[in-house]
Write a protein that binds this ligand. Structure first.
Ligand SMILES: N[C@@H](CCC(=O)N[C@@H](CS)C(=O)NCC(=O)O)C(=O)O
Length: 235
């Protein structure tokens, strides 16, 4: 009698926790999609420091990635590095050491100064008005932009590539991080001035038009709308 062959199909499912307006959630989402990985998205309010949330991430920040066996990983940079090691193909970090350092530099730049500026614009347009009961203060927003944009976007304009890859003509973590942050300006209804920073804007448009980035749009618009109408993150 012939032995019975049992074929086990293993489908790796991840759960990505966090509001889709967060640049760090978006970065992780796009990274997962570029890797071709299956995942489910769940809301997690970053401002509600519940016991459950703090037990998932003691820093009380999103994103948190949950694995099929319940293992939890926090911080977008840690999550992306982990996914790169577990699923090496397609490669989203440069192999060459200097190029890798350059890519991590752009990731760091996006995650720090660029996020502070773009997130502030998002808050001023979307969250402060509903919380204060007053319309967005456009002169305050313009003053903020005039003070902060030239250095940051001037720098990004000076390093913007002709294609979709800022390091070594190889799309990856640097491109995903930068675009995930700048997307906050679109969601704020205050997109980047294409005439003033044309090279960087063209590059950004190429990255944000990828199917991986388009796949989060519905969730982004939903979360932005919840923030705009309630002043809080989706629950
Ligand atoms: N370095 C972290 C930053 C995560 C982060 O700051 N997330 C924000 C949302 S955009 C958050 O959860 N903020 C809540 C808080 O800081 O209280 C990462 O890359 O994941």
């Amino acid at each position: 009698m012939m032995g019975r062959h049992v074929i086990i199909l293993e489908v790796l499912i991840y759960i990505l926790h966090g509001a889709a307006t967060s640049p760090f959630v978006r970065k992780t989402w796009i990274f997962l999609k570029e890797k071709g990985l299956e995942f489910e998205h769940r809301q997690l309010d970053p401002l509600d420091k519940s016991e459950r949330f703090l037990s998932m991430n003691p820093l009380g920040r999103i994103p948190v990635l949950e694995e099929a066996d319940g293992n939890l990983i926090s911080d977008s940079s840690v999550i992306c590095d982990y996914l790169e090691n577990v699923h090496p193909s397609p490669r989203l970090y440069p192999a060459d050491n200097r190029s890798r350092a350059k890519a991590l530099w752009f990731e760091e730049y996006a995650d720090t100064l660029l996020t502070q500026i773009c997130a502030q614009v998002f808050w001023m347009h979307i969250i402060i008005p509903i919380r204060s009961g007053k319309p967005a203060d456009l002169s305050e927003i313009n003053a903020f932009r005039d003070k902060n944009y030239p250095d940051v976007f001037g720098y990004l304009e000076s390093v913007a590539p002709d294609d979709s890859s800022i390091v070594d003509n190889h799309f990856g973590i640097a491109d995903i991080s930068l675009a995930s942050t700048v997307r906050l300006l679109d969601l704020a209804g205050a997109p980047l001035d294409a005439d003033r920073w044309p090279r960087f804007n063209d590059y950004y448009q190429r990255v944000i038009s990828r199917p991986s980035a388009k796949s989060i749009i519905d969730e982004e618009l939903f979360a932005t709308d919840v923030f705009r109408t309630t002043g809080d993150a989706p629950k």
